[in-house]
Ligand binder design. Structure first.
Ligand code: NAD
Length: 477
């Protein structure tokens, strides 16, 4: 397969002039292609070109921007197979999952923001002082720097590019150094549809290219999806010139299961979504609090359901789960599980080991008997590992769910909807699902509280995040 390995700067495809990175297939650790990262002067060129392009792109009408976003959506739709193939090769995901789950969501993101660009709302213009008319404008910010992670590379790029462009900004985006292939391919479509400089794609590592983008004085907003520690670095870099920040930083989603929940549905959901994308998902249902009445049944049934999840390569028949992204991630996940297994109160009821053979596989794992203070309950593993903790008092379950540095996603399971509603109101999470978990829709915001960051992806709230509010006052006398 031939890979598009050039960056897009000012409408031109150019090779990086920095260090070379090996881009791997995580299923077998083979090198797919080598790509040179951007040299620092190329980061500056990309930002300069975005700044130049902003002079005209920032003045386009919402209808003009909408039309190009719709064209892009169609183009991605027509090339879904190619993009899904690249995503699945580079991330190790089952091909069908990339094709059927991710690509439609990516296309929908561009279509949604094409519509939203034309429907922004705000306060009414009025004479708040006699003889002075005040009005609110929502204007684009300027050059937006975007930095994406490796778990859903093209979807994260869509979540960042679509609202930024819809609002009239220009973008310089850096995908993860491990997974640039789908974004680089999509750069061909960006170049075909948008004027030069409106969307620029540069590649490279975080502490070189990412840091240069985050600290560049002409970048007016920096948007990151990544780890908490990366979020802190980006904030520091942004503080030098007080740029706006938009941070989506991981999660450790609690799943509160009351004794009147439909256990079959809980198990089906956690078996699917706790292990989807090999658990490398910031909203994955990975921290179960089970009422003591149903605890034993839940652990037994979940463990047996999880034990037959089929891991394998991108195109293996019936494959449900791929490998982790890298050897480093595999070792990290194994470390969490090993430290948990050393505790007397913990039982690994299924999985628990690195899968022998090629690539970076880890067995789908259930950890029973976890206590609130355990590392496995507190820290984001970002792997196919779900812990189960027993509770006796519902108040305790709510307190434990909130006792976390993270605040991205959560769920409550009970047939008593009034009870579930009351509990959901008390959870400190950007999203709470009731009797489901993991369902996203482009119309609704995705984003965290606490150390999970701030700023929303998807929905009209994301569009607002990529604008500045301005007050214009007219003297009528
Ligand atoms: P990461 O923080 O290591 O990397 C994310 C991106 O940041 C990469 O492009 C990387 O090159 C870049 N980066 C790293 N150091 C940087 C620096 N000093 N300056 C600027 N950029 C830098 O995260 P990852 O390992 O790629 O992704 C996994 C993390 O992302 C997990 O913690 C996960 O929960 C989080 N995540 C969050 C969401 C969300 O919506 N909240 C979604 C997906 C992933």
């Amino acid at each position: 397969m031939k890979y598009q390995n050039k960056m897009l700067i000012n409408g031109l495809f150019v090779n990086g002039e920095g260090n070379e990175e090996n881009i791997l297939n995580p299923v077998n650790a083979e090198i797919l292609v080598q790509i040179k990262e951007a040299a620092l002067n190329q980061v500056r060129l990309a930002v300069d070109s975005a700044e130049d392009a902003f002079n005209s792109w920032g003045k386009t009408t919402p209808a003009e921007r909408s039309e190009l976003l719709l064209k892009l959506a169609d183009k991605i739709d027509q090339n879904s197979e190619t993009l899904a193939r690249l995503e699945s090769l580079n991330c190790g995901k089952p091909f069908q999952a990339a094709l059927e789950d991710e690509l439609p969501a990516i296309v929908d993101t561009f279509r949604f923001f094409a519509g939203a660009a034309r429907c922004m709302t705000g306060s009414a213009a009025n004479e708040y002082l006699p003889n002075f008319t005040s009005m609110i404008r929502r204007d684009p910010i300027g050059v937006v720097g975007s930095i994406t992670p490796w778990n859903y590379p093209l979807m994260m790029a869509a979540w960042k590019i679509a609202p930024a462009i819809a609002a009239g900004n220009t973008v310089v985006l850096k995908p993860s150094e491990m997974t640039p292939l789908s974004t680089l391919k999509a750069a061909e479509y960006f170049a075909e549809i948008f004027p030069p400089g409106v969307i620029n794609i540069i590649v490279g590592r975080g502490n070189t290219v990412g840091a240069a983008l985050a600290s560049h004085p002409k970048v007016r907003l920096i948007s990151l999806t990544g780890d908490i520690s990366t979020g802190k670095k980006v904030l520091q870099a942004a503080s030098d010139n007080l740029k706006k920040t938009h941070l989506e930083l991981g999660g450790k989603a609690p799943v509160i299961v009351f004794d009147d929940a439909d256990l079959k549905e809980v198990i089906e959901n956690v078996r699917t979504f706790g292990y989807y994308n090999a658990g490398q998902d910031c909203t994955a249902p990975c921290r179960i609090y089970a009422s003591s009445k149903i605890y034993e049944n839940l652990v037994a049934d979940l463990s047996s359901a999880v034990s037959n999840i089929k891991s394998g390569g991108q195109d293996e028949k019936g494959v449900e789960m791929g490998p982790l992204i890298s050897e480093r991630q595999q070792e990290r996940v194994a470390g969490f599980v090993k430290r948990a297994a050393e505790l007397n109160h913990i039982e690994i009821t299924t999985g628990g080991q690195i899968d022998k053979g090629t690539g970076f596989f880890f067995q789908p794992t259930v950890i029973a008997g976890a206590l609130q203070e355990d590392e496995i309950t507190q820290k984001e593993v970002f792997g196919p590992v779900v812990s189960v903790t027993r509770f006796t008092d519902p108040e305790q379950a709510i307190d434990w769910a909130n006792d976390s540095e993270y605040g991205l996603a959560s769920s409550v399971w009970s047939k008593d909807i009034a009870k579930a509603m009351k509990v959901s109101a008390r959870l400190q999470y950007g999203c709470t699902w009731i009797n489901t978990h993991f369902m996203l829709t482009t119309e609704m915001p995705h984003g965290g509280l606490k150390a999970s960051g701030y700023g929303k992806d998807m929905s009209v709230y994301a569009l607002e995040d990529y604008t500045v509010i301005r007050h214009v006052m007219i003297n009528l006398q």
